[in-house]
Ligand binder design. Structure first.
Ligand code: SF4
Length: 535
């Protein structure tokens, strides 16, 4: 450790420095507002920290930070000048020699789709935004005043001068970092004034560096971009590129050496090496077979899939399940996916590329058929819906409610999100807010959570708790989940039966004490018990 600090410190807010036990659905908890449960309970049980080395470096870090670290090293900076630090150990790494702190963020202001949906409904501010501010206001940063550079998928939120000024940010990098982070950090190290906004160009696959340190959950980027062109998505995803098997395996090895099994990441893993929108069956199967057979790999998992790719290649889904031994070695593999709506009209208006090679009018069928294929092959889709798309009518919401009914038999999680005016819709449409919610929206919203709760008990039973240290912690988490599921179920039934889906009135009644809502006492009890046993 350098007493005078590292020249370049890379970090992220505390909510991004957790592996959430490898559970996709637990990661959503970073979007809920502070105060629903105690901070101690949240950060020790739901969002436990990654391990920290004695020098303050994070043992595992978000993939984006690892890419910046690799880019800076390839640019010519020295290893001893750069540290990927844990945000709670900034005092160990920031000192008088620190010239720049680079921060990667996904939702720095807490206004992303998932966050705004939760905070819109429940009030308050999300942990992500709170922890980001805390990081910027850390006493070591205030004292030594290094330049602050922020990048990552949420950088678009900091394009306004007011936001940057208020938070004390010197430079925001929007888009891909490979071509721009080197020169920006060089200026910072030389104490030169930084440009306030830098737009990173799309780089070719050859220019994407190989990570030098392990990532959170062993995440390995296999492709970048998407090319389906949904109107509300970030423009940086427009150009689709795939990384070579050689590159992927090198990153798998970096993670294996640190004890992390590979999690293959792309916006649609099934489109690996695809030309256009048809699945390249041979390439995808070869990818999974090669990674799974790589020495040291026990289980390969994946991040995102497109439902249209599932329906385009059901045999590929089946073959991947065979390669991974799903149903025997593991009860399922989870994958995030976008359902967005049950309305072909809205698909055609805002995301015609999402259903390719199928047609917008086929979309509800594509969703149901692909859920059936996934379910048959032990895949757990975690889908999103978007409320408040421009042009949405009550009929469109009804179509989505009908689609939800059809998805009931399939083990899955479906999260309803508010539209956020970003990407191609920025300045062309309003973000959806709580005041725009009709009773139909509430009906859909609650139906989604009813669906999730119906499957949650099974998922809690099946979920691998192997990565959770200690049997008591495992039992504690199961206890909290089971209690939470029971409580939420009762509330939803009440809202449906007594309030005809009028959630705001029910929330008002609960706040004024007109109706009684159970306390979080059992959760606190579980926490105390776990703490006692862990000592
Ligand atoms: S399919 Fe997903 S990643 Fe691709 S453009 Fe649409 S929303 Fe974005």
């Amino acid at each position: 450790m350098s007493n005078s600090g590292y020249k370049i410190v890379l970090t992220a807010d505390r909510t991004l420095m957790s592996e959430y036990y490898g559970g996709l659905f637990l990661g959503f908890s970073a979007c809920v507002p502070k105060g629903l449960i105690s901070d101690r309970l949240y950060f020790s049980l739901l969002c436990p920290s990654v391990e920290v080395n004695r020098d303050g470096s994070a043992r595992y870090a978000p993939c984006g930070i690892r890419k910046v670290e690799a880019t800076l090293l390839n640019y010519g900076f020295q290893r001893e000048d750069i540290i990927v630090a844990h945000p709670e150990h900034i005092d160990k790494v920031v000192g008088p020699d620190t010239k720049v702190v680079g921060i990667a963020e996904t939702d720095p202001l807490g206004i992303g789709p998932a966050t705004s949906s939760f905070t819109g409904l429940l009030g308050g501010e999300a942990y992500m935004a709170i922890k980001f501010r805390e990081l910027l206001n850390h006493p070591a940063i205030k004292r030594f005043k290094p330049k602050i550079v922020v990048g990552g998928p949420g950088a678009w939120q900091l394009e306004s001068v007011e936001a940057r000024k208020e938070l004390g940010i010197d430079c925001v990098i929007v888009g891909e970092g490979e071509k721009v982070v080197g020169p920006v950090f060089e200026k910072a190290v030389n104490s030169e004034t930084l440009p306030e906004i830098v737009r990173g160009e799309v780089v070719s696959e050859e220019e994407i560096p190989i990570i030098k340190g392990p990532t959170i959950c062993g995440l390995v980027e296999i492709a970048r971009g998407c090319g389906r062109g949904c109107a509300f998505c970030v423009p940086t995803l427009q150009v689709y590129r795939c990384l070579s098997l050689k590159h992927i395996l090198k990153e798998v090895e970096v993670n294996l050496r640190a004890g992390r099994q590979p999690l293959l990441h792309a916006e649609d893993v099934l489109r690996y090496k695809a030309k256009g929108f048809r699945v390249n069956k041979e390439a995808v199967i070869n990818l999974f077979r090669t990674v799974q057979n790589h020495p040291g790999v026990e289980m390969t998992s994946l991040s995102h899939i497109a439902l249209s790719s599932v329906l385009d290649a059901p045999d590929v889904v089946e073959e991947i399940s065979n390669i991974l031994g799903l149903g025997e070695k593991a009860p399922w593999t989870a994958a995030q996916t976008g359902i967005e709506t049950g309305s072909p009209k809205l698909i055609k208006m805002h995301m015609a590329g999402k259903c390719k090679p199928f047609k917008p009018e086929d979309w509800p069928e594509v969703v149901v058929d692909s859920f059936e294929i996934l379910s048959r092959n032990y895949w757990l889709p975690c889908g999103t819906l978007i409320l408040g798309l421009p042009g949405e009518t009550e009929k469109d919401v009804d179509l989505t409610i009908e689609l939800m009914e059809e998805l009931k038999p399939f083990k899955s999680l479906i999260v309803p999100l508010f539209l956020v005016s970003m990407g191609g819709l920025k300045n062309r449409a309003d973000s959806f807010i709580l005041e725009g919610m009709t009773n139909k929206h509430y009906e859909l919203y609650l139906k989604c959570w009813e669906h999730n709760l119906n499957w949650a008990s099974t998922l809690v039973k099946e979920y691998s708790y192997l990565s959770i240290r200690g049997r008591v912690a495992q039992y504690g988490l199961k206890f909290i989940f089971s209690y939470g599921i029971k409580l939420a179920r009762e509330l939803i039934c009440r809202c449906r039966d007594d309030y005809d889906y009028d959630l705001p009135t029910m929330i008002r009644d609960a706040r004024s004490g007109k109706i009684k809502v159970a306390s979080s006492l059992p959760a606190h009890l579980a926490y105390q018990l776990i703490k006692l046993k862990m000592r």
